[in-house]
Design a protein around this ligand. Structure first.
Ligand code: AP5
Length: 205
């Protein structure tokens, strides 16, 4: 039976890294508002372009993001949802349009988040996520083509963390109060985090 998984966590907690593994292992769609918005960064909407918010570390307006999620979930037979909901109004919208089987929260300390994000590099050809120190690529060929995300500068990272504390922490509390939240220690190695996630999803099935 296909699963509907929600993965929550601060910027840099490892949502993208782990979502790729969840999608592959459980054969579900990886729905990520961050990637969807980056792919449409310069699209004109009545609220402005996504880029005008993202490059400052601010949230893109709810109507734009809600519509992306509604369309993606309606086409998916099982999903891992990453980067949404980011405020209580998005959480309420999500409650209205789908049912969740598992809600994961990757718990990571804030100093560690800054290190992870400023050291993150992406492979534009494969979409793979690396880190200059924690997870460098094995081949020089890959290393040479890696790029840094525009919002991974220290100043924008600090603003993203502020926006997270203000808007998204209440979303974590919302699921915790409902008794749905499974807290995962996100400061372990990526493989150890993955083991905890895999076990949790298998047990909740
Ligand atoms: P989005 O793309 O969703 O970014 P984010 O939530 O800030 O999260 P990240 O992708 O930065 O981090 P991650 O948790 O996926 O970490 P990763 O696995 O890469 O959003 C970007 C922007 O889009 C927002 O600021 C906003 O403007 C807009 N937006 C998106 N959704 C929105 C919404 N719903 N509403 C409104 N606006 C929205 O890991 C990070 C690094 O750490 C990597 O280098 C990785 O190699 C390393 N790493 C991962 N795991 C470990 C580990 N266990 N140990 C050591 N290193 C690790």
């Amino acid at each position: 039976m296909s699963q509907n998984v929600l993965i929550l966590g601060a910027p840099g907690a490892g949502k993208g890294t782990q979502s790729a593994r969840i999608a592959e292992e459980f054969d579900v769609e990886h729905v990520t508002t961050g990637d969807a918005l980056r792919a449409n960064k310069h699209m004109e909407t009545e609220h402005g372009t996504p880029a005008s918010f993202m490059d400052e570390g601010e949230l893109v307006p709810d109507p734009v993001v809600n519509e992306i999620v509604r369309a993606a979930l309606s086409e998916a037979d099982g999903f891992v949802l990453d980067g949404y909901p980011r405020n209580l109004s998005q959480a309420e919208y999500l409650d209205d349009i789908t049912d969740l089987d598992v809600v994961l929260y990757l718990d990571v300390d804030e100093d560690e988040l800054v290190n992870r994000l400023t050291g993150r590099r992406l492979d534009p050809e494969t979409g793979d996520i690396y880190h200059v120190e924690y997870n460098p690529p094995e081949s020089e060929e890959v290393e040479e083509r890696l790029v840094q995300r525009e919002d991974d500068t220290e100043e924008t990272v600090r603003e993203r963390l502020r926006v997270y504390r203000e808007n998204t922490r209440p979303v974590i509390d919302h699921y915790e109060e409902r008794g749905d939240l499974v807290r995962i220690d996100g400061e372990q190695t990526p493989d150890e985090v993955w083991e905890d996630i895999r076990e949790t999803i298998e047990n909740e099935a």
